[in-house]
Design a protein around this ligand. Structure first.
Ligand code: NAP
Length: 198
């Protein structure tokens, strides 16, 4: 689509793997913020988690692409994976803004991650570039330190990537927690089998 002067949501996260909670969050913010597009942007490695083992960027990217393929409201961007670690959101937003000049930006991610936004690189400039929006899981306490960041509760975020990985490592089903194409990819590529992903 022509995204010039568009209202674009950026759904940032590790997506290890992408699950239906992320897709429901994208759908929810698309409607709540009257967006034209939501870009799902898998991080290479975020700065507060250096050295944490996650599935390869290309696997996380492939799963995200498959998950959004049928939904014209959603696209995947490889800017963070292609730039490589560490992923600073100021770089994400600078690259995306150059690719879609004139857009109005909303950066959307888990409220836990946003609680430390003041410590992110160039946080003041970042807040000028994008409006930050936190998504929350039902039943979880809202983390301290969010300040004026608006929150959107997403019931389907009862699903978590941690739980999906745990279920795979225990041989439990993940069907309906992730899109079928993602479940098939995890099986075919033997991801999360060792239990090393927590
Ligand atoms: P995280 O700690 O993995 O996630 C925090 C919580 O939010 C988890 O419960 C996670 O659930 C949930 N979550 C993460 N992304 C989500 C999404 N898009 N929609 C709904 N829930 C989501 O956080 P992270 O993924 O590492 O970081 C989030 C984003 O912030 C990334 O784009 C990262 O690059 C950026 N970030 C930037 C800086 C910086 O610039 N200095 C620092 C920290 C984070 P699941 O595990 O189920 O996803």
């Amino acid at each position: 689509m022509n995204t010039k002067a568009a209202r674009i949501g950026v759904l940032g996260g590790t997506f290890d793997p992408i699950h239906i909670g992320h897709l429901a969050a994208a759908s929810e913010v698309f409607a709540a913020l009257s967006l034209d597009l939501v870009l799902v942007v898998p991080a290479a490695e975020q700065p507060f988690k250096r050295g944490t083992e996650v599935a390869a960027g290309q696997d996380r990217l492939a799963m995200a692409r498959m998950a959004v393929a049928a939904d014209p409201r959603l696209e995947v961007s490889a800017v963070d994976i292609e730039r490589g670690a560490p992923t600073y959101t100021i770089d994400t937003m600078t690259d995306l803004d150059a690719a879609h000049p004139g857009s109005t930006w909303y950066f959307v991610t888990g409220a836990d991650a946003l609680a430390r936004l003041d410590e992110w690189r160039d946080s003041e400039r970042l807040r000028e570039l994008a409006t930050f929006v936190g998504v929350t899981r039902p039943g979880y306490d809202v983390p301290a330190g969010l300040g004026d960041i608006p929150l959107v509760e997403v019931p389907a975020l009862g699903v978590s990537s941690t739980d999906v990985r745990r279920r795979v490592s225990l041989g439990l089903p993940i069907r309906y927690l992730v899109p079928d194409v993602v479940a098939d990819y995890i099986g075919e590529h033997h991801l999360y089998r060792g239990g090393a992903h927590g």
